[in-house]
Each structure stands twice: as structure tokens, then as C-alpha cells.
Ligand binder design. Structure first.
Ligand SMILES: [Mn+2]
Length: 353
């Protein structure tokens, strides 16, 4: 039996994506989801497992209709859904009353329950969130009941406030496959048996690396899985080393080259490191050549010749600052503050010349 496992699609989210992409990112997430549905058709997947947080918040009725239209377009694939902590089954949630296409099976119970598809010799176990948080360790004892040949767990959580569990306990349950959601980076829990698929598209700027879905096949007693990357964009964090001879335009150029080398369709968080000419102040608002930078942090330090400066300023305030600098860890806040103090004093002094 062939399956595709996704989770944390977060339809309706509008993540930070830089000036060029922020507006279209919400739609990209929808289109990426539609692309996975298309993959189900191409691969002739028997089942699609959606392990929670299909929506970023409570789904609108028209959004459920869009999703259901896509699901109805792959009638040969049976689709299983649970609600996660973001799209939990609020009392008036449209999930509770929505009438899905025949091939769609949503588990709405807040306790573990199972849906059987005898045609596929399949039983899928799971529960839905009915609140934003659930601290009950519901998966620890969620044993399969040996109702069908193939038994799958559909689950969401894994941190303290969202159904905590240990990977070892999941392995001991004995499912053919366990499809997890909630953690946005793809992650193996039990080799070929239990995975977090991760979000198909990253939705937070700190959510770096590849994103996609899991494709798998269960035959007899064995299960084989592959992670398929499909995200349209990745978040990339880059350190740009700055040297004393670089002016602002030099830094801009270095960033531009680094962005080109990592794919201009991606979204970047840039950290400037190294030493800068103390006389130069970088304008961080003029560094984004492609409109795909969400954050720039300047961690450069002014390249003063502290020995020389100290010799010239023994006994005055600047000398005291420098003396103090030598004892500090170069990465500490105190070191930065002292550097800024030195810079301020140097600039004041110049003003009086
Ligand atoms: Mn979640």
C-alpha cells in the first residue's frame, strides 16, 4: 500500500518572506498543497495522511470547500485528517459539520479511535485536538487493536503542552507506520516506521533547511519511506564575513553574491561578522538587492588598534575604557558596549578638533 504523509501545511498563514514574496506567500502555501494532491494522483497513492494543522487557524467554510474540491479530484486516494493544535475542533468549528467527499475521513474524537477501510485492509488510529493545548500522554498506550492487516497511527504533538511522548514508546506500540505532525522540521522517530514529515513549506524564518513530505510503501511486514522535498522556498541563514577594507557597498556586494550562490528564490537571514573600518557605518536598509532578506544583524566589531590607542590615552577616560576592554570576552555584551563607548568618545573628540 502506497501512502503520502504530510502535516503542518498551515493554510492561511502569511509568513515573513521579504518585500518581494510576503504578499504572495499565503497563496504559495496553498499552491504547494495543491501540488501534493496532484502528486497523490501521479503516484497513485492509496492513502494521504494529514497529521494535523492543515490550517494555521480555524478554517473558513470557503477554505474547507477549496480543500474538499482538491480531495474530490483524487477519488482513488483515501484521505485521513486529524485536527492539530492550530486548527483544533473549536465548538463552532466548520470542521464539525462539514460534509466531505466520500474518500475523506476526518477523525474528530478527542480520544484515540480508529477508522477502518476493509477494501484496503487498513485501520487508521488517531485523535483530534479540541483545545489549543493537550498535555495528556495519549499516545503512550495507543496500541493498535489488530483489526486490519495494515495499521497506521496518525498523530500530532511531541512537546510538553502538546501530547508529550518518547520515540521509543512509539516504536513499542507496533504500528506498521506512525505519521506525526507538529514539529516543522522533518525528523525520523523510528527508522522507516515513524516520522515527523515536517511542514511542506517553511512558515517561520528560523525554520531553515529542506521541507516536503514523506512517501512510503507498506508491503507485508515491511515499510519503506522516502523524504521528498517540495517547498518553493527555503529560509537560509548566512554569515557574511566583513573585513576592514569593506565599505557599505562592499558589504552589499558580498551579500548579493552569497544570496545568488544560495538561490535567489530563497529567503535569507543575514549576520555580518568580522571587523569593520571604525569610521564606517553600514546602512542596513540598503543591503537587500533582491527583496528576499527578512533580517540583517550587524555583529561586526570596529577594528581599532587598541594598543596604540591605549598608549596615546593613558590616564584619560578613553584609556580607562580600553584598559577595561582587554579583560572582556570578545563575544560579550560588555565588550560590544565598550567598543561603542570607544567609538562615541573618538567621534566626540573629532568634533572638537
Ligand atoms: Mn501543531
Amino acid at each position: 500500500m502506497k501512502f503520502i504523509h504530510i502535516a503542518d501545511v498551515h493554510l492561511g498563514a502569511s509568513p515573513d518572506a521579504g518585500s518581494a514574496y510576503s504578499k504572495s506567500r499565503t497563496q504559495e502555501i496553498w499552491n504547494s498543497f495543491a501540488g501534493i494532491i496532484e502528486k497523490c494522483r501521479e503516484e497513485e497513492a492509496d492513502i494521504l495522511l494529514i497529521a494535523g494543522d492543515l490550517f494555521h487557524r480555524q478554517p473558513l467554510l470557503r477554505e474547507l470547500k477549496e480543500v474538499n474540491f482538491l480531495f474530490a479530484g483524487i477519488p482513488d486516494t483515501d484521505i485521513f485528517i486529524i485536527a492539530g493544535n492550530h486548527d483544533y475542533l473549536k465548538k463552532d468549528s466548520y470542521y464539525r459539520t462539514f460534509s466531505w467527499a466520500e474518500n475523506v475521513h476526518m477523525i474528530q474524537s478527542e480520544d484515540i479511535t480508529c477508522v477502518e477501510i476493509p477494501r484496503l485492509k487498513l485501520a487508521v488510529y488517531g485523535l483530534s485536538y479540541v483545545q489549543k493545548e493537550n498535555t495528556k500522554r495519549a499516545y503512550d498506550t495507543a496500541y493498535p487493536l489488530k483489526k486490519q492487516k495494515y495499521e497506521i497511527l496518525l498523530a500530532h504533538g511531541g512537546d510538553e503542552k502538546h501530547i508529550p511522548f518518547k520515540a521509543g514508546d512509539i516504536a513499542a506500540l507496533g504500528y506498521d507506520y506512525a505519521a506525526f505532525g507538529h514539529i516543522h522540521k522533518p525528523q525520523e522517530l523510528v527508522p522507516d516506521r515513524a516520522y515527523f514529515s515536517g511542514a511542506p513549506e517553511p512558515i517561520d524564518k528560523n525554520d531553515t533547511g529542506k521541507h516536503g513530505y514523506i512517501m512510503g510503501e507498506i508491503t507485508g511486514d515491511s515499510c519503506r519511506t522516502t523524504f521528498i522535498p517540495c517547498a518553493m522556498r527555503e529560509y537560509v541563514h548566512l554569515d557574511i564575513p566583513v573585513t576592514e577594507d569593506m565599505a557599505g557597498y562592499g558589504v552589499r556586494e558580498a551579500i548579493q553574491h552569497a544570496v545568488e550562490g544560495n538561490g535567489i528564490h530563497n529567503i535569507f537571514k543575514i549576520t555580518l561578522t568580522g571587523q569593520r573600518d571604525p569610521e564606517i557605518l553600514f546602512d542596513l536598509t540598503n543591503m537587500d538587492s533582491y527583496g528576499n532578506i527578512v533580517e540583517i544583524v550587524d555583529n561586526t566589531k570596529p577594528a581599532y588598534d587598541f594598543d596604540k590607542l591605549y598608549e596615546q590615552n593613558k590616564g584619560n577616560l578613553l584609556g580607562k575604557f580600553i584598559q577595561d576592554l582587554y579583560n572582556r570576552d570578545k563575544e560579550s555584551i560588555e565588550y560590544r558596549a565598550l567598543c561603542e563607548g570607544v567609538q562615541a568618545l573618538m567621534e566626540t573628540r573629532r568634533g572638537f578638533k
